[in-house]
Design a protein around this ligand. Structure first.
Ligand code: VGL
Ligand code: ZN
Length: 194
């Protein structure tokens, strides 16, 4: 069990219908099973006075992120649709950072990337954490091999002590080993995978 305190933030990544619901358009295998584990972490964080922040993939109807517009993914998490909503069973007790709303590839909660030029731009997440005195970040949610990985790598790069909880994340696994590879990549970058 992770110890939370006021300098630790829980970052809940993309626990949205399109990823977490079996009827979602980019349904992540086993994702429904993590909601209870994520809520447990939220309760522990709240009890210790640790801030909880949520990210939300928030795409326009057309973006080079989607296969129909030249990208890799089925249409998912289109802004203001059911698929983009955080799952109804998730305890939402803090601010939500939306990413990808300008058509960017929004994998990390900390930075979004223009899919054509590759140019990166920060979201409000880092400033939100720093202004609250956060030095340590616990990352949970979806998906291990994309947004969880990129968010954790960015957190470590930005100097936060970073922890990812295996029991509270799940992978898309386009290739069956992608989730495990993501854990290795995160660990190599100094993230504690526990
Ligand atoms: C994600 C693929 C495309 C994620 C977002 O939240 O991990 N994956 N967009
Ligand atoms: Zn997306």
């Amino acid at each position: 069990m992770v110890e939370y305190d006021a300098t630790t933030a829980l970052v809940v990544v993309d626990v949205q219908n399109d990823f977490a619901d079996p009827d979602g358009s980019l349904s992540v295998p086993g994702a429904v099973d993590i909601v209870a584990a994520v809520n447990q972490q939220i309760a522990a964080a709240v009890a210790a006075g640790a801030p909880c922040v949520y990210t939300q993939d928030w795409h326009p109807p057309r973006t080079p992120h989607f296969a129909k517009d030249g990208g890799p993914w089925p249409v998912h998490c289109v802004r203001d649709t059911w698929g983009a909503e955080l799952v109804s069973g998730l305890d939402v007790v803090g601010p939500v950072v939306r990413k990808g709303s300008g058509g960017e590839d929004g994998y990390s909660g900390f930075t979004v990337r223009d899919p054509r030029t590759g140019a990166a731009r920060p979201t409000e997440l880092e400033e939100m954490l720093r202004s609250n005195g956060v030095r340590r970040v616990v990352v949970v949610g979806l998906a291990t091999d994309y947004c969880v990985k990129e968010t954790a790598l960015d957190a470590a790069r930005l100097g936060f002590t970073t922890i990812v909880l295996r029991d509270a994340v799940r992978a898309v696994n386009v290739d069956a080993a992608d989730g495990e590879r993501a854990f290795v990549a995160m660990a190599e970058a100094g993230v504690t995978v526990s």
